[in-house]
Ligand binder design. Sequence first.
Ligand SMILES: [Zn+2]
Length: 429
Amino acid sequence: MTSILLQNIRLLNPEQKLDRRADVLIVGGKIAGIGENLDAPEGVDTRDGSSWVAAPGFYDMHIHLREPGATHKETIETGCASAANGGFTGLACMPNTSPAIDSAEVVHSILWKSQNLPVDVNVVGATTVGRKGETLAPMGELYEAGVRMFSDDGDCVRSPEMMRRAFEYASQFEEAVLSQHCEEHTMTVGFAMNEGAVATRLGMPGYPDIAEELIIERDIRLAEFCGDRPYHVSHMSTAGGVESVRSAKARGKTNITCEVTPHHFLLTDEAIEKYWSNAKMNPPLRTEEHRHALLDGFRDGTIDAIATDHAPHALSEKEIEFPNAPNGIIGLETSLGLSYTYLVDAGVVSLERLIELMAINPRKILSLPIPFIEEGADTNLTIFAPEETWRVDTTKFLTKSRNTPFNGWELKGKPIGVVNRGDVVWSGL
Ligand SMILES: [Zn+2]
């Protein structure tokens, strides 16, 4: 356990209406003191925090740890190291592993491997056995093991009847929330990118926006039909999706929530001609019109959370002909900088709202406690330098993979470190 004294740091937590500048003393995993000119006990690592912000630890609710099954791409250990390096103290890992996370046994093994790491790991369980969409997963057993969110991520639960049964089954478990990778698979067979002018020009098979929008609308209707069950849209990429969630919220359905990735609010399908397979993902990068609809969704509060969909792949897997390259990019070490630069610095949302999007709302959706910054509290903090510009350099990344279009980008808002459960990790970015 490291003890640290952060001097003259801005403490910011909208959940506790906290915004003040003070010294913070952290001893033995707890906040031992907050005040002016605190004395540093012997052996305490003292840092000048005058250009830093300390916020409740950031939480990425949608990432792929690749373990079990594809540890050449990532492991629980490297994924958590990457998360801490990027400024996260917690994450939720998706169940499209091999085997899929559809039994308590797999959940326990992931939790056991992550228990001594500085990043809290929560496991998302599969909605159906093997993510095949044929039989419901044993949700009771998964819930008992700590699972709160269920998703067949990577695939959509195709059958509305199966989704209805999932909502009804999950209603027995108070904190359970169903999430969906929203893709009407019959409309996306063999797709390589968004359907539209760029796909036509490149001669690539497309994934139309309506294929996402139909499932979002279907599921919101099903969630309401099954007694207003909580429902969370994964990595939303379309204007129609934003509209569906917005109108659900306007009807008072506050338990209909959604997340958006930095790459979807930043890039469009035009990026493919520059970055090729590092701009290939599912859902695909859309058009400027959709991107602006996402920004509007941030502005009016329709979008609840930023999640990266961190999807590590080996270089050899990505560097093949475009249509056959695997989908997804890494995201944990660029999320804070991209979100700060293109949402806060660009004037789309306030810094307080960014903290809600990256630290508070993801935990609320998953029924996790919100870290407070007050004397006696367990420390769970993200420290970052909002005004510091830095260049993304993948050689400094701790993820095993390097599939990102953002290498070399100059960003504002640099992760400085995280403090969680007595662990202090300074970022090497
Ligand atoms: Zn997905």
